[in-house]
Design a protein around this ligand. Structure first.
Ligand code: DX5
Ligand code: ZN
Length: 220
């Protein structure tokens, strides 16, 4: 299981320290939430902040674009240091072209699904994706409650990806130690967690706890 701390719940005025703590604790990816105030009702950070983060960490940057017309911006984000660029299927009219653009610009391609979007929309782009981000909350804010229909969606997605085991299935929103095991069992291979990690008194310990919780059912 890969753990991707989401810096959305970190202290933006002390981002360098927050990142260093989770990197030292064994984070696999750093999840960066970009919001435009249009696709989602919130506004966060953009390319200059990602450039600064890039200089501070060796972790791969998993950039989650919650913006309209993401195809206009993917190259900029890749130049800023994104290793994975994830766009929302609901925000990109010509998804195959956008995913190809991401790969041609040198990054790994990701596609995110809102809670109400069925996984079958990806049927004809399965060869174009490196990561599928299953949103388990409506995107826009950290600290929301996990939506349980996510489990079935992950199982269906895993079945669709049966002959493509290398595609990462990431889950984002309301991920905590209590659902990490069932999510792993359903087929998730990346857990994104914001408040569960950066809202904890010791983010490094919270990350380690999340990873062990994700492994409990597998060991049983
Ligand atoms: C929400 C973001 C998430 C957010 C998750 O729109 O995409 O990455 O940080 O936060 P938690 O883990 O607190 O639900
Ligand atoms: Zn996210």
């Amino acid at each position: 299981m890969k753990i991707a701390p989401s810096i959305l719940s970190a202290d933006f005025a002390a981002l360098g320290e927050a990142i260093a703590r989770v990197e030292a604790a064994g984070a696999d990816l750093l999840h960066v939430d970009v919001m435009d105030g249009h696709f989602v009702p919130n506004l966060t950070i953009g390319p200059p902040v990602i450039e600064s983060i890039r200089k501070r960490t060796r972790l791969p940057l998993d950039v989650h674009l919650m913006i309209e017309e993401p195809e206009r911006w993917v190259e900029t984000y890749i130049k800023s240091g994104a290793d994975y660029v994830t766009v929302h299927v609901e925000a990109s009219a010509h998804l195959e072209r956008t995913l190809t653009l991401i790969r041609e610009a040198g990054a790994r391609s990701g596609v995110a699904l809102n809670p109400s979007t069925p996984p079958e929309v990806l049927q004809y782009v399965l060869d174009d994706v490196d990561l599928v981000l299953v949103m388990s909350v409506n995107p826009g804010f950290g600290g929301q409650s996990f939506i349980p229909t996510t489990y079935e969606k992950i199982r269906r997605l895993r079945a669709m990806l049966a002959d493509r085991p290398a595609v990462l299935v990431s889950v984002d929103g309301g991920v905590k130690a209590d659902n990490a095991g069932p999510l792993a069992q359903a087929g998730a291979t990346v857990l994104v967690a914001g408040s569960a990690i950066f809202g904890a008194p010791d983010p490094g310990a919270a990350l380690v706890a999340l990873r062990s919780a994700s492994e409990v059912l597998r060991r049983a």
